[in-house]
Design a protein around this ligand. Structure first.
Ligand SMILES: *Cc1c(COP(=O)(O)O)cnc(C)c1O
Length: 366
């Protein structure tokens, strides 16, 4: 048996005719950076999210960094976020010059704990970055209320949650700014790196457009200290095709999660829970087990690919160990979480086999 953790080529095969047409159009057009495809994708993606503006950039990390720069957050400022996330969330804060302040996550939903957030706010705090981890929207009502009360910006990290709904609205439409990644494995993935910042604010969108291209307000004249962080035409053309199938792909992920939920019920595992009035888009299907390492080894021995997202909390990693924090939920999760195969084209019989191997593990250990 060979059941990979993810198979990206399955999506390409399903959409091949449309993607190949889009690629050929860009190649023949002769315009490869910041042209019609990027402009069209930005308009389509902003509309999809229910936001007014979208600005394509080179990665999700850059989307977060440029969002912080657009808000003029930097040295001496504090930005509150979580340690239980992809390292890029914290990397972007450090690159901006600001200091990351890491708080714990809710044990049921794995997203920023609003009670911890309230205690972490200081006079230096400028922004909060909630992460919609694994595809689950964070507790936005509580986070936005605290932000408003203290005059703080909210930057949503939507890198794992394209299309997720919070009380009927798309994630990315709630914060002052929101960052998305198009890394190939994400719910909306390019065939290389890419990212986007969305916002309702025309002034911030304008600053982001300057920042992504050398700080040019007008060609060859840098008004801001900018970057080279552009989404290219080829990626934008491919993303336009895939955006049309995003809702269907997320529905497929939700159906697969439901099947896992049914077939793993009754085992000594903690299965994902969905926050009330939200729609989780299952970027990852993450379970918890006290016997995680043995379970992962058993799955591997039986040809099933899994992953741990993430094995070491950021404040325990060498580069960030100076960000001292007491985060008992985050630290306990790191030893218990396991991501099972999850992608829209995962065959139902593969999923059933994964559940059979997991069941078999618990029969063996008793
Ligand atoms: C993937 C990811 C990022 C970074 O995106 P890149 O495109 O890889 O730079 C940021 N935050 C989270 C939560 C992610 O999963």
């Amino acid at each position: 048996m060979n059941i990979p953790f993810i198979d990206l080529s399955a999506e390409y095969r399903a959409l091949q005719a449309e993607i190949d047409t889009a690629v050929a159009r860009v190649l023949a057009g002769g315009w490869y950076i910041l042209g019609q495809e990027v402009a069209a994708f930005e308009a389509e993606f902003a509309a999809y999210c229910g936001a007014a503006h979208a600005v394509g950039v080179a990665s999700g990390t850059d989307a977060l960094l440029l969002a912080l720069r657009a808000l003029e957050i930097g040295f001496g400022d504090e930005v509150i976020t979580v340690s239980h996330t992809a390292v890029a969330t914290v990397t972007a804060v450090v690159l901006s010059g600001a200091t990351p302040v890491l708080v714990d996550v809710e044990p049921d939903f794995y997203t920023l704990d609003a009670a911890q957030l309230a205690q972490a706010i200081t006079p230096r705090t400028k922004a909060i970055i909630p992460v919609h981890l694994y595809g689950q929207p964070a507790n936005l009502d509580a986070i936005l209320a605290l932000a408003q009360q203290h005059g703080l910006y909210v930057i949503e990290d939507c890198a794992q949650a394209h299309g997720a709904l919070y009380k009927g609205g798309r994630v990315g439409s709630f914060g002052h700014l929101a960052a998305f990644s198009f890394y190939p494995t994400k719910n909306l993935g390019a065939v290389g790196d890419g990212g986007v910042v969305v916002t309702q604010d025309a002034g911030l969108a304008q600053r982001l457009r300057w920042l992504r291209q050398y700080g040019w307000q007008q060609r060859y004249i840098s008004t801001l200290e900018g970057y080279n962080s552009r989404l290219d035409e080829l990626q934008a053309a491919i993303l336009r095709v895939k955006l049309r199938y995003l809702d269907a792909a997320n529905a497929q992920r939700r159906a697969l999660a439901h099947a896992y939920q049914q077939q793993l019920a009754g085992l000594p595992l903690t299965l994902p829970q969905e926050r009330l009035l939200t729609e989780h888009v299952y970027h990852l299907y993450v379970i918890q087990s006290a016997a995680r390492d043995a379970l992962q080894a058993h799955l591997y021995a039986n040809g099933v690919g899994t992953a741990v997202q993430y094995p070491v909390p950021i404040h325990r990693q060498p580069a960030y160990a100076h960000l001292r924090a007491h985060l008992p939920v985050t630290e306990a999760l790191a030893g218990r979480i396991l991501s099972l195969p999850m992608y829209p084209y995962l065959p139902a019989d593969h999923l059933a086999s994964v559940c059979q191997v997991v069941t078999n593990f618990f029969e063996l250990v008793g």
